[in-house]
Design a protein around this ligand. Structure first.
Ligand SMILES: *[C@@H]1O[C@H](CO)[C@@H](O)[C@H](O)[C@H]1NC(C)=O
Ligand SMILES: *[C@@H]1O[C@H](CO)[C@@H](O)[C@H](O)[C@H]1NC(C)=O
Length: 425
């Protein structure tokens, strides 16, 4: 009897001893608020890193392979480490080269660590970076009950690349200090978060068209964000999502419509041949990118589309095109500009581009079709860019290899910024 009481007391004591600290519940939804840069039309976000924590502004790059940040200046952190070359961490990051550095030891400069090629996704300039680990903190969004406060959660050893500052010199918003890669790669932003927290392998992006209000990227669960305007379980259309060997996201566009009429392919074999040949070159048909402010079309697709679109616009409304666009009009002389639709995989899955997503004000009173000529051999036959993605809810479901997209939010009377974040205290 006495021994069983003793055992009971001992077990009770062990129970309390084994819970010395409070552990926050495991999050199932993380959120990164995102902002549009007015001068480049690209989108960026603050990531929280280092010890002590600081906010680092980084470009959002859908097809980037990992997070890289400028380490040449002001990288101060007591928790920075760099894995040794040939370690399992280097192999997880898919790098097998040993890095060496001739100058004084500092973050980004050690011997026998791993080199990782980092890219500026706008200029495609590259530079060797050091694979590193440091704390990353991100906002966890409570999903239920909704009144619960948001909190920051941390990944103590988030893998990233510590890159040279020259990669920032051209093409990027002036505020940014690095690039957050959301591509399909073991150490990319979404996949590292998913594996650390056991989240669903999915992210939901909503880019705001307005530089003064936030858009967002959610990682994990799929919250019904914009009810009652949009019901995420009913109003999204899905199309197969493919991933190229470089970890880039592609979908298949089968035709382009203007004003509800199929106009491109004017010559169907031309477009399918173009898409097939770019797929053979490992480039894929239609990529989705946040590294380009506007959608870029292969020259013959661009010319066919502009031609058909121009036929829908009264001649006296057309004015000399303003670079980099191909068709501009005197907005006073236009009643309504027709929509453009990208038909994906099947006729009922069409991405409609209308309003501000299509028409860009180039100078007062003059608006242009917001599409750009990519020349004869662009990276993809069609690269769907930031302007055409904005104010749409786009779901990258990596587990099911599907891309889900909403109708234009403005047509539903809502927008990305309407989502009411709960912010941490
Ligand atoms: C790396 O090794 C070289 C050659 O031994 C040395 O000169 C250099 O200072 C070392 N770099 C660092 C960062 O320790
Ligand atoms: C945002 O949500 C909070 C908490 O639910 C609520 O108190 C507040 O009124 C909401 N704000 C807006 C602008 O809807």
């Amino acid at each position: 009897m006495a021994s069983s009481i003793l055992r009971f007391l001992l077990l009770t004591a062990l129970f309390f001893l084994s819970e010395p600290t409070y552990r926050p519940p495991k999050p199932n939804l993380l959120v990164l608020p995102v902002q549009k840069d007015a001068s480049t039309g690209l989108h960026w976000a603050y990531v929280h890193k280092r010890t002590p924590l600081v906010r680092v502004p980084v470009l959002v790059d859908l097809n980037g392979r990992f997070l890289w940040v400028n380490c040449d200046q002001h990288y101060l952190s007591s928790t920075y480490t760099a894995p040794f070359c040939h370690s399992t961490l280097c192999s997880r990051a898919n790098t097998h080269s040993c890095y060496s550095c001739a100058s004084a030891s500092r973050p980004g400069c050690h011997n026998n660590t791993c080199g990782l090629m980092s890219f500026n996704p706008v200029t495609l300039q590259s530079g060797v970076a050091e694979l590193a680990q440091d704390i990353l903190a991100i906002q966890a969004q409570p999903t239920s009950p909704p009144s619960k406060l948001a909190s920051m959660v941390t990944v103590p050893q988030f893998l990233f690349a510590c890159a040279p500052s020259f990669l920032l010199h051209k093409g990027l918003p002036s505020i940014v200090q690095g690039v957050a890669g959301l591509g399909h790669e073991a150490i990319s932003f979404p996949l590292q978060l998913a594996s650390h927290f056991g989240l669903q392998r999915r992210f939901t992006m909503c880019l705001s068209g307005d530089p003064n209000s936030n858009g967002f990227i959610f990682f994990g669960e799929q919250p019904n964000l914009l009810r009652p305007h949009l019901d995420i379980s009913r109003d999204l259309v899905y199309t197969p999502l493919t991933v190229t060997p470089k970890g880039e996201y592609h979908v298949r566009v089968t035709s382009i419509k203007v004003n509800n009429q199929v106009v491109v392919p004017v010559n169907p074999s031309l477009v399918s041949e173009l898409i097939a040949s770019s797929t053979r070159r490992g480039l894929g048909g239609t990529m989705i990118t946040t590294a380009s402010p506007f959608t870029v079309l292969q020259r013959s697709i661009f010319e066919a589309l502009v031609q058909v679109y121009a036929n829908q616009i009264p001649k006296q409304a057309q004015v000399k095109a303003v670079e980099p666009f191909g068709l501009c009009m005197d907005w006073k002389k236009i009643n309504k500009a027709p929509d453009v639709e990208l038909v994906l995989s099947r006729a009922s899955a069409a991405w409609r581009i209308s309003g501000e997503n299509l028409m860009v004000e180039a100078r007062p009173g003059v608006r242009c079709l917001g599409l750009v000529n990519g020349g004869d051999k662009p990276r993809a036959a069609i690269a769907l860019g930031a302007r055409q993605l904005q104010e749409n809810l786009v779901v990258f479901d990596l587990a099911r290899s599907m891309l889900g997209f909403s109708p234009p939010l403005l047509s539903r009377g809502t927008r990305c910024a309407a989502y009411n974040f709960t912010t941490p205290p």
